[in-house]
Structure formats: structure tokens, C-alpha cells
Design a protein around this ligand. Sequence first.
Ligand SMILES: NC(=O)c1ccc[n+]([C@@H]2O[C@H](COP(=O)([O-])OP(=O)(O)OC[C@H]3O[C@@H](n4cnc5c(N)ncnc54)[C@H](OP(=O)(O)O)[C@@H]3O)[C@@H](O)[C@H]2O)c1
Length: 291
Amino acid sequence: MNLLLQTPLALGRRVLRRESPLAGRTVLVTGASSGIGEATAYAVAERGARVLLVARRAEEPDRVRARIGEAAWTYPCDLTDGDAVDALVKEVLAEHGAVDYLVNNAGRSIRRSLALSYDRFHDVERSMAINFLGPVRLTLGLLPAMREQRFGHVVNIVTWGVQVKAPKFSAYIASKSALDAWSRIAGRETFFENVTFTNMRFSLVQTPMTAPTEAYAGRGATAEQAAAKVVRALEDRPITVGTLAGSFGEVINVVAPRASDALLATLDRVFADSAAARDGRGSTDRAADRH
Ligand SMILES: NC(=O)c1ccc[n+]([C@@H]2O[C@H](COP(=O)([O-])OP(=O)(O)OC[C@H]3O[C@@H](n4cnc5c(N)ncnc54)[C@H](OP(=O)(O)O)[C@@H]3O)[C@@H](O)[C@H]2O)c1
């Protein structure tokens, strides 16, 4: 079917039948142990999908699976470990066949200025490992079966930062931008096999990742609201989902790049590094990995 017609047709069918295209499908969600990923797992299960829950921790996905019931399976995996990702792909394909929908949600955010980063190249490496290399390796593993069955959709949880390019997030935003660009190009190569990609450029969402930052208290969407948007993206398969502010940032970066630099440089001075970023707390300390 012509892909250009697909989204309106899918929408029309859903309105008429009131049935989710996720019903009976296999959906793999990474980072399903908390925040947006956990809320997404519940939301897709409610629509009748079979949900595969991936995260490093084992006990948290077990809790999520217990709440969902028989339609959920857990796969503990560190997505920064290439061999572990390859083993995950093999296991999932053997046990479930092709994955119909993949949500590349697992990730980490680091907010730290350049001035505090000269001896912290590992911030760049670990951002790329979880936000770019891990999801790309997983997607590459699952794509052949999607192409073979001529159906598949991949949703990447990226950030509005890819449009705005906010100071202090260079490592984080660069890694998310790489995934955003990779997927856009991949989607062009899989276009005629009905395998599609959505980049979701979220702004602030209240999750364990953002909780330690006092300045974010009471702001942003809830994880459930974010999950509802992920479900809509899975069902309707748009190319991007974003915010008005993100689109505004993108346009200003193109039409007035110097003015945009001046504005963001001013904001950079106003909003200092957090205490955790200054302390250089380690990778296991979530307070150091703020949005
Ligand atoms: N919250 C926001 O404001 C916001 C805005 C824009 C985009 N995002 C993006 O949304 C996604 C979800 O974040 P969240 O806010 O829901 O934060 P979160 O609650 O901290 O969730 C992050 C998830 O990623 C998993 N994860 C981290 N490293 C992993 C690894 N090496 N291997 C496998 N799983 C790993 C974590 O599980 P384990 O610790 O069990 O492995 C956890 O389930 C991230 O990609 C984030 O960048 C968030």
C-alpha cells in the first residue's frame, strides 16, 4: 500500500472500528523499568499488545510484568554491551518471531558545561553508548525480520534538544541527534517495505531521571501523558512528534543563527551547572544525569 496514504487510512479505520492496531502485536520497549518506558508498557498492554520489557535491572521489570499479567515478558539487558544486545535479539526472535513495534526509550541525560568536561570524555562515550550505539545495534538486529514480514515501526524517544541545541547538554543532545538522523535515513531505505520510524522530541517529562532537579519540580508532562503520545505515535506512525517550542527553536536556528546563539548563551550564564555536575558524581548517580 502507498505509505503516503497509510496514516490517514489507519486513522480512518481506527475511528470506524475503535480498535487499536497494537492489538495482538509484539511491542518491545527498552527502559521499561521506570518513567516513560514503564508507563508506555502499561499503555500498549491496555491496547492488547504483547509487551517485551527490556532494562538492566531485573526486579523492576518483574514488577511491571506482574502488573500487566500474561501478555508481558522481561529481558534484562545492558544495552551498552554489544554482545548482550546480540544475545537479546537472538532470544527475542526465537521466542516471539518478528517484533512488530520497537520503542527505543532507554537512555540517560547528562547536563554539564564544557568548562567542567575537559577531563570527562567518558561523558561523551557513555552518552553515545546508551543513546545511540545501543538502540542502533538493537534496531539493526530486529530490522531484517520486520522487512521480511513487510511491517514494522520503530519509535525513538529523543529530545526537543535536537532542535533547540541547548547549552550544557552537548554530549546528550549530540547522541540523541545521531539517533534521530540515523533513523530518518533508515526509514528512507525501508520505505517500500512498510517499515517506518518516528522520532519523538519530548520536552520535560516528570520521571526518576528529572526528579532530582529541584528547578523542574511541578513542571512538564507526567510519564502517563508522555506514554499516551508514544502510543499515538505507534498507532499513527508519524515521522516526528515534537513541541511548538522545539519547532520554534529549530526555525530560529535556521533563520537567525547568531541571535539564537546570543539568546542561548545568555540562558547558559543564567542557569549554572548543578551541584551534582560540579561534584562530578559518577555514572551511577542519577543526580549527575539531569535534563
Ligand atoms: N524525562 C524527560 O524530561 C525526558 C525528555 C526528553 C527525552 N527523554 C528520554 O526519555 C527516555 C526515558 O527517560 P525517563 O525520563 O523515563 O528516565 P528514567 O525513568 O530514568 O528511565 C530510563 C530507563 O532507561 C533504562 N536504561 C538506562 N541505561 C540502560 C542500559 N544501559 N541498558 C538498558 N536500559 C537502560 C533504565 O533502566 P535500568 O536502570 O533498569 O537499566 C530506565 O528504565 C530517555 O531516553 C530520555 O533521554 C526524557
